[in-house]
Design a protein around this ligand. Structure first.
Ligand code: G3H
Ligand code: ZN
Length: 284
């Protein structure tokens, strides 16, 4: 089916008390692998494109690849800009048919973050596209965004309420202890903070750095009101490990499709596991 707006997907997740996976994609095999999982699990899904993916694949090429794949898929698929940087990029993505946008002003002052987030939300809302803002700084590395542990700051619930009121954003990314680019599931979340933010604002909450959160932490976060969980590193590693294993097992292999096919299968398995954990299986 054609791409759907992320708005209804997250509204349904909030009401149904489950979370949607927002999976970062870099290439065709990842798109196909994730969508295969979505079909097998009967799960709605968000495919996210970040700045490094845009640099790698090209914004138009990546977006068209997702649109074509979504059109061939019988479950709802949304196309999301992850960690958007500025107004111009948001405008280009709207023109390119993205069905949700993130504007990440978390490195700016509160007032500057409000200003850019409100501007992007006003523009996107003219096309009925929802916008995700971020308040608080998440530790770790995502593309070129590097935040040391010392510089990381948690989201304050009352500040979050003001931020949402002033910007009109649809979803809020919260900094509650998750870390970008963790390769082990060791992040400790501040669950009471999630509850406090949930009580202070009525919009869907988003958790980044989903790869590094232990499964029981994910379940608790969803129970406390997280509606969207971003996953990149876990799929990247699954893809690379499968390719590396396949090449090691077949050092004379000359057909890349055989090797990439193993990568795609690993993506499907890793995505299915996350969809079940998030509770989105069976919701399409
Ligand atoms: O925006 C994308 C995510 O926050 C991904 O984080 O690579 O730690 O899973 P991750
Ligand atoms: Zn992120």
């Amino acid at each position: 089916m054609p791409l759907v707006s992320g708005k209804g997907l997250l509204q349904a997740a909030m009401q149904g008390r489950y979370a949607l996976g927002s999976f970062n994609i870099l290439n065709l095999e990842m798109v196909q692998g994730i969508l295969e999982a979505a079909v097998e699990e009967r799960s709605p899904v968000i495919l996210a494109i970040s700045q490094k993916a845009i640099d790698h694949a090209g914004l138009e090429q990546a977006a068209e690849m997702v649109k074509i794949a979504a059109g061939l898929t019988p479950v709802p698929v949304a196309l999301h800009l992850d960690h958007g940087r500025d107004f111009r990029q948001a405008a280009v993505c709207l023109r390119g048919g993205f069905t949700s946008l993130m504007i990440d002003g978390s490195a700016l002052s509160f007032d500057d973050n409000v200003a850019i987030s409100r501007l992007v939300a006003e523009m996107a809302h003219a096309l009925e596209v929802p916008v995700e803002g971020q308040l608080g700084r998440i530790a770790g590395k995502e593309d070129d965004i590097i935040v040391s542990e010392q510089k990381a700051t948690m989201t304050d619930p009352q500040e979050a309420r003001r931020f949402v009121e002033l910007t009109g954003i649809d979803w809020l990314t919260v900094a509650v202890g998750s870390v970008h680019l963790l390769t082990s599931r060791t992040a400790q979340l501040d669950f009471d903070r999630i509850t406090a933010i949930r009580e202070a604002i009525g919009i869907p909450l988003v958790l980044h750095g989903g790869s590094g959160i232990p499964d029981e932490g994910v379940r608790e976060a969803v129970a406390r009101g997280i509606c969207k969980i971003n996953i990149a590193t876990h799929l990247n590693r699954a893809f690379l490990a499968a390719i590396s294993d396949a090449l090691t097992a077949n050092p004379q292999m000359v057909d890349p499709r055989v090797i990439l096919g193993e990568g795609k299968r690993a993506i499907t398995e890793a995505t299915r596991e996350k969809m079940r954990l998030f509770g989105s299986s069976g919701k399409a």
